[in-house]
Design a protein around this ligand. Structure first.
Ligand SMILES: [Cu+2]
Length: 449
């Protein structure tokens, strides 16, 4: 589904370009992982777009869906893409049961087109269609979103990108241009309706309204100049970090950052009401994480209100619990890693995703939420959005060493049973494998016997 929508978005983007530029590519279309681009029709020189705001069924990741509010069946809504100097007309049809309006965030336009219900226009009542029309005087990454009862309407997903490409030569071109909307939600475990009244205690964190492992990767060719546009109209700031590259913030929703004011970064904080365009050259092959660096944000729900059991020996409790529930396993004594290993064996409540998930080529990745991958390759597969896992050149992967940092290294005999079940201390063996009691992978212990 994700890949399909991505390709659809790309194709629609290209169609738009064909329509707007008379067969000439006027700009590099933006790629929207897990999203799409809004098609338009050219009516007497005006680019005409149509948005319908409505309640939708939206999937965060396989196994979890919600009732969201979005545009044209999606949250974030499809990307509006146009060129500086264009005259645009946007028809907005309200299929919600509440009044709404659409604000064009960051755009310089006539006050009456600003989309603030009650202030600059009457509310768009249920069933009504309003028309907005203005000339695009800027270029950059902007947004559109509900204005009025924002807590509910934006909180349930009524937001999208409004991307204006510069006239040719106004800005350096890129080889790949991506757009990712940031957001956070609170969905009680097992529920289908997010609770928009929550102010601070969110439990799901999304890239384009998807959580890992439901997020599509960003696939680029080595040497590509890559732009990633990040937008946020949520409740929290998100420090977005990318492994394996050094980037610069080249623009905000206020305009281009002059080259003399740009500095290198590996993390950019995007606060509510901001967009940030970052650019870099993809210099190193591999699978590189892109994630929010707030440590609860690349995780899914279930970490909520869990008692802190770090360092607590739960063996007696576990034994007593197993007399009632034979499969009971105590967790948390040494962190939540067990959750990642057990994700596939354990069944959570209906309509939830595991706290940490994703199987990598070397085992569980143990991430969720705001996490995806930048996949840099020499050659890109044709007809597919995901080239699969990176194949590392021989000798370039961190591996187990026979050396030990223990001062008593000599006492670490080769035959010592160093593979131990993290859940069952009594299960020890000399070679890797699974625990016969719970099926978890045995972990190499550095302790000496
Ligand atoms: Cu975050």
């Amino acid at each position: 589904m994700g890949g399909y929508r991505w390709i659809t978005g790309l194709l629609l983007g290209l169609v738009g370009v064909m329509m707007g530029g008379g067969g000439v590519l006027a700009y590099q279309p933006v790629i929207v992982p897990n999203g799409s681009t809004l098609p338009y029709t050219l009516v007497h020189g005006v680019k005409e777009f149509h948005l319908t705001v409505e309640e939708i069924d939206h999937q965060f990741a396989p196994g979890m869906s919600i009732k969201a509010w979005g545009y044209n069946g999606q949250t974030p809504g499809p990307v509006i893409e146009a060129v500086e100097g264009d005259q645009v007309r946007i028809l907005v049809t309200n299929k919600l049961k509440a009044p709404t309006s659409v604000h064009w965030h960051g755009l310089i336009l006539p006050n009456g087109m600003d989309g603030v219900q009650g202030l600059t226009q009457p509310p768009i009542r249920p069933g009504e269609t309003f028309v907005y029309e203005f000339k695009l005087r800027q270029h950059g990454t902007f947004m559109y979103h509900s204005h009025g009862d924002e807590m509910t309407q934006i909180g349930l997903g009524t937001m999208g990108f409004f991307i204006i490409h510069p006239k040719p030569t106004a800005r350096a071109s890129t080889d790949r241009d991506f757009a990712i909307f940031l957001n956070e939600w609170f969905v009680p475990p097992g529920a289908f309706r997010p609770n928009p009244n929550v102010m601070t205690d969110f439990n799901l964190f999304t890239f384009n309204s998807r959580v890992y492992p439901g997020t599509a990767p960003l696939v680029v060719k080595k040497g590509d100049r890559v732009r990633i546009r990040l937008g946020n109209v949520g409740q929290e700031g998100h420090p977005i970090h990318i492994h394996g590259v050094s980037f610069r913030v080249v623009a905000t929703d206020g305009g281009d950052v002059p080259p003399t004011a740009q500095f290198p970064e590996t993390t950019v904080v995007v606060y509510p009401g901001q967009t940030r365009d970052i650019e870099f050259v993809a210099g190193e092959l591999g699978d590189w994480p892109i994630h929010c660096h707030r440590r609860h944000h690349p995780m899914n729900a279930m970490g909520h209100d869990v008692p802190n059991l770090l360092g607590v020996d739960q063996t007696p409790v576990e034994k007593r619990m197993q007399s009632i529930a034979p499969n009971y396993m105590a967790m948390g004594e040494s962190g939540m890693h067990d959750m990642a290993e057990m994700a596939e064996h354990m069944e959570g409540p209906e309509n939830t995703v595991p706290m940490m998930a994703g199987d990598g080529p070397f085992g569980p990745i143990g991430m969720g939420g705001m996490f995806t991958l930048l996949k840099v390759r020499d050659e890109l597969p044709s007809g597919s959005s995901d080239p699969g896992w990176y194949t590392h050149p021989v000798g370039t992967v961190a591996h187990r060493s026979e050396r030990s940092v223990s001062p008593n290294a000599d006492s670490l005999t080769p035959d010592a049973p160093r593979y131990i079940c993290p859940m069952h201390d009594s299960v020890r063996q000399t070679s890797p494998g699974q625990c016969p009691k719970c099926g978890m992978n045995l972990e190499l212990s550095s302790e000496s016997e």
